[in-house]
Design a protein around this ligand. Structure first.
Ligand code: PEP
Ligand code: MG
Length: 335
């Protein structure tokens, strides 16, 4: 295992591309700022998801604009010239809430963008901090839990308000800052093409998408066997999102845990994703898989997976692909 790990380390400066030359951008998810060093050491080409609700201690109160600005601009400076995708607070659901709210179904309640649009000052504070930190033009920002086009449009209006306020004070920012949305609610998956036309990029959040698509609480042990990333409905949804997003002229990436599952890598690349954001520890492993596959092969593999009717058939197919195409060395780490 030590030898295997040191072989992985050697990959850090090698390009992330398939055997037939398809380039994939491999980024990292960041939950605590201290991870940044490790992320960079593992060769990430940027950060595909900063969970801002995790990096600040929200238990007591929301951080003010200055506190947020310092953290975001420090990340942007250290990551330059790579991009940092900063997601605005995704609070509610199972996440920390500095406000006392009792909801019968928090996962279906006041979560993510819904909470932020109802607390406009809070959202504006965060957007202003992001804009001010965007002077190096390598910050993108992202909205969680989008389920309707109105939520995107309302946020865009608020973004314009924030820009006007900064302009009036002669504060510099990236006027073309990219805006993206998480696709993690089934309505967003169905509307991906129209949503894509409103924004610059989509990022697929499989952690929530699977939960909402299959009606399985992502944290409930009792039903954990029903939480299936290779459920045919999940695989077909991913395919639809990727292709609708591209039709709508937006870049499409994935930042849910599924992207860090090496069994899923050939499928995700085969479905046309060219950007994955994963936990830092898995970057070398995912890179190793990508460098062992042929894009033309995995496109066919993905097509076959789209026709299966059960999770088992898809999983079996991917296992067989792995044993036939990926080195024994890598197979050892998934068995
Ligand atoms: C997701 O839902 O896949 C995601 C990346 O967001 P989070 O895990 O923070 O809900
Ligand atoms: Mg989510």
């Amino acid at each position: 295992m030590a030898e295997f790990d040191s072989n992985l380390q050697k990959l850090i400066d090698k390009p992330t591309e398939t055997l037939d030359g398809r380039k994939i951008i491999l980024k990292a998810n960041l939950d605590i700022v201290e991870e940044l060093d490790y992320i960079q050491k593992n060769g990430a080409e940027g950060i595909g998801l900063v969970r801002t609700e995790q990096i600040f201690d929200l238990e007591e109160e929301f951080p003010d604009e200055e506190t947020q600005y310092k953290v975001y601009s420090d990340l942007a400076e250290k990551l330059y010239p790579f991009y940092v995708v900063i997601r605005v607070f995704d609070i509610g659901g199972d996440k920390v809430f500095p406000v006392d709210v009792q909801e019968p179904n928090p996962f279906l309640g006041w979560r993510g963008i819904r909470f932020l649009l109802d607390n406009k000052d809070l959202l504006k504070t965060q957007i202003r901090a992001l804009l001010r930190a965007s002077v190096h033009k390598n910050i993108k920002f992202m909205l969680p839990m989008i389920s309707s086009i109105q939520e995107i449009r309302k946020t865009k209006e608020i973004l314009e308000e924030c820009k006007t306020e900064l302009r009036e004070k002669n504060i510099e920012f990236d006027n073309n800052i990219n805006l993206g949305i998480m696709i993690e609610v089934p309505s967003a998956a169905f509307m991906a093409e129209e949503f894509a036309q409103e924004v610059d990029f989509l990022s697929i959040g499989t952690n929530d998408l699977i939960q909402y698509l299959l009606a399985v609480d992502r944290g409930n042990e009792i039903v954990s066997s029903l939480y299936q990333e290779f459920h045919p409905a999940v695989v077909r949804s991913l395919y639809k999102i990727i292709h609708s997003g591209k039709k709508g002229d937006a870049k499409v990436s994935i930042c849910g845990e599924m992207a860090a599952d090496i069994l899923a890598t050939p499928l995700l690349v085969g479905m046309g994703l060219d950007s994955l954001s994963v936990s830092a520890a898995t970057i070398p492993h995912i890179k190793k898989i990508i460098r062992s596959i042929n894009y033309e092969d995995v496109k066919l593999l993905a097509e076959e997976c789209l026709n299966f009717k059960t999770e088992k058939e898809i999983r079996d197919k991917l296992q067989v692909y792995f044993s036939e195409h990926i080195t024994d060395e890598v197979e050892n780490i998934i068995s």
